[in-house]
Structure formats: C-alpha cells, structure tokens
Design a binder for this molecule. Structure first.
Ligand code: AP5
Length: 216
C-alpha cells in the first residue's frame, strides 16, 4: 500500500503514521524527520535545510523531490508519505517519480484541524531527540514528566515549535501547502478528509476504517 497523509503542521500526521506503520507494515517516510536526521548528521543537505526549517519556510522543491524519490525507491513493501508533497510543484514531482517507477498511490488522506488547535498542540509538543517519540504536555504525557518512556533520557522542544515559528509555519501552510488537496481533486483523485480535532485514538479508528476499506 502507498499512502499520503496530508494536513497542516501539528495535525497529528507523525502520531498517526507511527500507528499506520505498526498495523499495515509500511515504511514511514517523513520529510521532516529525514531533514532533521540530515541536520543532526551535519550533511550538506542538512546544512542547506537549516535556515528554512528554523524560520518556518519550506526547503526548495528540487532538494525535497530528489530526497523523497530516493527514499521511496528503498521502501519496497509500501510506504506512507508524511509532510510530502507540500507544494503543487512537489505533487507534480511525486507524480513523475511514481510514473517512472510504474507505481500508483492507493490513498490520499487529509487530516483537518483548525489553526488555534494546532498552535496549542505544537507549542505543547515534546520530542525525544534519540528515538523520535512524540509527546504532549497535556494530551499525551510521558510517564515521568520531561523523560522519554523508552528510557532514552530528556525530552526537548523542537526549535520550530516556538510560538513565533509556529505562526510562520501556519502561514506557509495556507499559502503553499493547502493547494495540494485541490491539485489531486482536479486530477480526479479522491482525497479522504478525516476530522483530526478529536481524541488521538478516535482519529486512529477513523483512519484505520478508511484504510481497511481501501485494502478491501
Ligand atoms: P515537519 O517535521 O514535516 O513538520 P510539520 O508538517 O509541520 O508536521 P509536524 O511534525 O509539526 O506535525 P504532525 O502533523 O506530524 O503532528 P504530530 O503528530 O507531531 O517539517 C518541519 C520543517 O521541515 C518544515 O517547516 C519545513 O521547513 C521542512 N520540510 C519538511 N517537509 C518539507 C517539504 N516537503 N518541503 C519543504 N520543506 C519541508 O502532533 C503534534 C502534537 O500534537 C504532538 O504533541 C501530539 O502528541 C499532539 N497530538 C497529535 N494528535 C492529537 C490529537 N488528535 N489530539 C490532541 N493532541 C494531538
């Protein structure tokens, strides 16, 4: 199965992708996670991405399309794309990469949440810099405050989860990313909308129901 999970920053894409991966055995291809790993490793790509990410802007399309096309090629058993495509140019690049590989997408899902809810989610998010687990200071608390449940050590706040950068990311989303839904609809692709402003488990239940239906 090959899926795209669309939605604004903080919609819960990463949280739900981890559950999709467990249930359906797919590879989680998160453009944000790949970029953060490149930064942590100090690669040329990571250095190039740094200033865009820290300001809430998007990394240039050509860089992202090459990076994600390479990752997709290695995911033989199917994948769920998280955070990609984020512009119409990236959606076109993805279509070209799929055509070249003789592949199609099985589902495009859009998680829908209002901006005020997102702002609360992102400023309250805490992440484990070691294993990538994601928590929230109110909605998904770790067992011991400030510590990863898997014993990795202290949790951190992502630099781009500070209020000023969150506002910039939301602006970027509305100006450049929201149009991706229309891109697919104009091409006759069905985009499944899921109300993501509800309990994390309820969002998972709705998502799994859609994916089970598609998997037949
Ligand atoms: P990226 O890492 O992709 O960030 P994002 O899309 O902004 O998504 P997030 O990871 O912030 O949110 P999420 O939807 O995964 O939510 P989560 O599950 O963590 O990108 C970062 C940067 O990299 C971009 O700004 C850009 O610079 C660059 N970049 C990445 N991809 C790019 C691309 N394709 N092109 C160009 N540049 C790119 O949940 C958030 C919080 O809410 C958590 O604390 C969670 O516990 C909580 N939560 C989740 N669901 C619920 C719920 N239902 N109820 C209550 N709380 C919830």
């Amino acid at each position: 199965m090959r899926l795209i999970l669309l939605g604004p920053p903080g919609a819960g894409k990463g949280t739900q992708c981890k559950r999709i991966v467990e249930k359906y055995g797919l590879t989680h291809l998160s453009s944000g996670d790949i970029l953060r790993a490149e930064r942590a490793a100090g690669t040329a790509l990571g250095r190039k991405a740094q200033s865009y990410m820290d300001s809430g802007a998007l990394v240039p399309d050509d860089v992202i399309i090459d990076m994600m096309a390479g990752a997709m090629q290695k995911a033989a058993g199917g994948y769920v794309l998280d955070g990609f495509p984020r512009t119409v140019a990236q959606a076109e690049g993805l279509d070209a990469a799929l055509d070249k590989a003789g592949q199609t997408l099985d589902a495009i899902v859009n998680l829908v949440v209002d901006d005020e809810v997102i702002a609360r989610r992102l400023t309250g998010r805490r992440s484990c810099p070691v294993c990538g687990a994601v928590y929230h200071i109110e909605n998904l608390k770790p067992r011991v405050e400030g510590q990863c449940d898997k014993g990795c050590g202290p949790l951190v706040q992502r630099d781009d989860d500070k209020p000023q950068v969150v506002r910039a990311r939301l602006k970027t989303y509305h100006e450049q990313t929201a149009a991706v839904v229309g891109y697919y609809q104009r091409r006759g692709r069905s985009v499944v909308e899921i109300d993501a402003d509800r309990d994390i488990d309820d969002v998972t239940t709705a998502l799994f129901a859609e994916l089970d239906r598609l998997a037949g």
